[in-house]
Design a protein around this ligand. Structure first.
Ligand code: OOG
Ligand code: MG
Length: 262
């Protein structure tokens, strides 16, 4: 760790206030170029602690920057991990108010729900599939608190990996009934298909993104509990949205889920 507790609290405060007041900011590594990974996750943990202290519940976890398309779009080269609280959940087909966000974008993802605990190190696709209850379509709404979505990895980790809203729905599927590498996804904006891909875009297999999360948590003495919802990461580039847009994600064999921006 390079930052003291006071600085970590101040940075958590700055980033969470940006989220609560729909204001953007410059990336925090501009002011703290020496901060390390532990500092970045400590700032994210402090944001999480503040939300939980205000009565919010952590209802899911996420892996991000897990596809080449996303890494290229954001100019970074490794996955990051974050959390979602209950106020981020939008019902299937429900509304998302853009006035509560800064500059939202949507990502087509495959969501996993676990039935047994996953504890790293050493988790791999096999352990993840064995621990998965079902998978289903998920749209993540990301909303970086950084101006123009310009950040580096440590800054985006501190900002809880741009997490803002998400919707899951459609037809849950057993992992033994599909090949998650070849499963096709189509994301439509106002009825027009705008992003296409297959599961293998995410680290070769979406379950690898869950294994990476379990191994990351394992290194910190934490685990993924049974019954956890996890977003495995955008399969394609993120797509900007504005009020009036209607987004639908169709995943092969798993139906569709949608969200309306108002
Ligand atoms: C960071 C979050 C990326 C994903 O699925 O790749 C992410 C960002 O691009 O703002 O959630
Ligand atoms: Mg995402």
């Amino acid at each position: 760790m390079k930052l003291d507790t006071q600085t970590i609290h101040a940075l958590a405060d700055r980033l969470e206030n940006c989220q609560l007041q729909q204001q953007d900011t410059t990336k925090i590594t501009d002011d703290h170029p020496d901060m390390d990974w532990d500092d970045a996750y400590a700032i994210q943990d402090e944001i999480r602690r503040r939300k939980v202290a205000r009565g919010l519940r952590v209802i899911g976890l996420k892996s991000g920057l897990t596809s080449h398309a996303k890494m290229k779009q954001m100019g970074v080269n490794s996955p990051v991990f974050g959390f979602m609280t209950d106020d981020y959940a939008v019902p299937d087909g429900g509304e998302c108010k853009v006035s509560e966000l800064i500059h939202p974008k949507v990502e087509p993802e495959i969501a996993f729900v676990t039935k047994t605990e996953l504890r790293g190190p050493g988790c791999h696709i096999g352990t993840v599939l064995a621990a998965t209850d079902f998978v289903l379509p998920g749209i993540e709404v990301i909303d970086s608190r950084y101006r123009d979505f310009k950040f580096d990895l440590k800054s985006v980790v501190a900002d809880n990996t741009s997490a803002a809203r998400f919707v899951v729905g459609g037809q849950p599927m057993n992992v033994s009934d599909c090949d998650l590498r070849t499963v096709g996804v189509v994301m439509e904006k106002n009825g027009v298909p705008v992003a296409f891909g297959a599961g293998a875009a995410v680290l070769g297999h979406p379950a690898a993104a869950i294994a990476a999360l379990a191994n990351h948590l394992g290194a910190r003495g934490e685990c993924i509990p049974a019954g956890t919802l996890i977003l495995s990461g955008g399969i394609t580039e993120a797509v900007a949205v504005q009020a009036g847009d209607n987004i639908t994600l169709r995943v092969q064999g798993m139906g569709s889920t949608s969200i309306r921006f108002v």
